[in-house]
Design a protein around this ligand. Structure first.
Ligand code: SF4
Ligand code: SF4
Length: 201
């Protein structure tokens, strides 16, 4: 029974002298090599040259701060639950009086770790987060020599306080989310009022 039509009849004809000397095959191979010399190389000189990424490329995570520099993450654990690779772990603590400038919510993450070797950069943690605290950026996770160095803690994940180096994540938010944020009603959208806090303490 013939399953496919890809079968080949093997030729038993005697090889010519040129064929025995592999001349045609060598010349054919050299022609292919020469043709590639004239083509634009497919390789790039990374890291000096960086290939253009898709606008929605998902790379290294960032833990965002709010407009006043306070950490947005409230250690609710939803990102860890949503993570199919079980790459996220965290420990939480209650915010103390006077720490309102540091942490936006009453509970915050004392430890927040992502194992970049487990992560598949699916973006589900970003989608699960109710506080817009975690986003994936277009930064590539750099290579390391030790496995332990791929476990990123808050020191590597939390956004800098330097306003000139803030990471714009607006391209990762849907139009619906951007519209929702314009509604001042929900607590989630209210801005941290530093003056009223200073007055309280
Ligand atoms: S991107 Fe996906 S795999 Fe990576 S930490 Fe987030 S949910 Fe987990
Ligand atoms: S990053 Fe978001 S989902 Fe994850 S623990 Fe923090 S607030 Fe919750």
């Amino acid at each position: 029974m013939q399953l496919t039509n890809r079968s080949r009849v093997v030729s038993n004809k005697k090889q010519s002298f040129a064929e025995k000397a592999y001349f045609p095959a060598i010349i054919k191979g050299m022609m292919i090599t020469m043709s590639h010399l004239l083509k634009k190389p497919a390789t790039i000189q990374y890291p000096e040259q960086v290939r253009p990424m898709a606008p929605v490329y998902r790379g290294q995570h960032i833990l965002k701060r709010d407009e006043n520099g306070a950490e947005r993450c409230t250690a609710c654990g939803l990102c860890a639950v949503a993570c199919p690779a079980e790459a996220i772990t965290m420990e939480s603590a209650e915010r103390k009086k006077g720490e309102e400038n540091l942490y936006r919510e009453e509970k915050y993450a004392t430890i927040y770790e992502i194992n970049m070797l487990r992560c598949i950069f699916c973006g589900l943690c970003e989608e699960a987060c109710p506080k817009e605290a975690i986003f994936l950026t277009d930064k590539t996770v750099p290579s390391e020599f030790e496995r332990g160095d791929f476990v990123y803690g808050k020191d590597k994940l939390t956004e800098t306080l330097d306003n000139t180096r803030k990471v714009d994540v607006s391209k990762r938010q849907t139009e619906e989310v951007k519209e929702f944020k314009k509604i001042p009603g929900p607590k989630h959208n209210t801005l941290f009022d530093k003056k009223s806090l200073d007055h309280k303490h």
